[in-house]
Design a protein around this ligand. Sequence first.
Ligand code: GLN
Length: 281
Amino acid sequence: MTYRECYEKGSRILNEAGIEESTLDARLLLEAVCGTDRNDLLVHGEQPVEPEAEEKYFGWIGKRAGRIPLQQLTGEQDFMGLTFTVNENVLIPRQDTEILVEEVLKELHDGMRILDMCTGSGCILLSLLHYSNDCEGLGVDLSAEALEVAGRNVLKVLTPEKAEHAHFLQSDLFEKVEGKFEIIVSNPPYIASAEVEKLMPEVRDHEPVLALDGMEDGLYFYRKIVSQADGYLAQGGWLCFEIGYDQGAALKEMMTEAGYGQVQIIKDLAGLDRVAVGQKK
Ligand code: GLN
């Protein structure tokens, strides 16, 4: 089959399976299998695809039709201009989370200590270390499988010198954490349990529920982190969260009551609550 025929057949299969971005996914999977880019479809569409590549491609198309997320097939997701390894044990980095990283970067200065609570793939912590100098970073997660992925991402996105300043710890929130930090950042699980089953099948059935489920009202982890972070924040340090689209008011109240100053809720481009920040007075 030619490159274009593979793409067209792949698109058709995904479309028939009800995959929303069928043509995009078909093209990205083909590029990942063949090591090609967007231009190849236009310029080299008539080239034959090697039989092994064709077999691998339609294997992936079958899995994608079965709702496995594209990134779990290619094993990668770009975030903050960097490419992260992902698998079924970590939340796939979301573009929305870049807003959180951008907000943290406004307060981050050279030499600061950063704690990333619920680090997952490590995308937040490692982006912050990549875009700063002489910072020290600690990524915490309950899941050993997630930390294994984060560990692989260290050398993938950081220089060897910066990699020495990235540390990871398996801990149930702050249980095993020691020391003080100028920045505590977290994108914790924040979806109310009853809402998890309503998510799209890619997320509900294939991403780790541990990374999604924020218990009854979705605010469980914010309550825990807000009440405990004080003991780990340096004077004037910042607590920064990603939050759900309807959680801004709750977070503002929670952080203000806990004594944080300059509490701000930042919206995303769609005008929805996305980030909450506050400073230890
Ligand atoms: N910190 C990771 C991310 O933002 C994982 C978040 C999570 O597992 N809830 O992608």
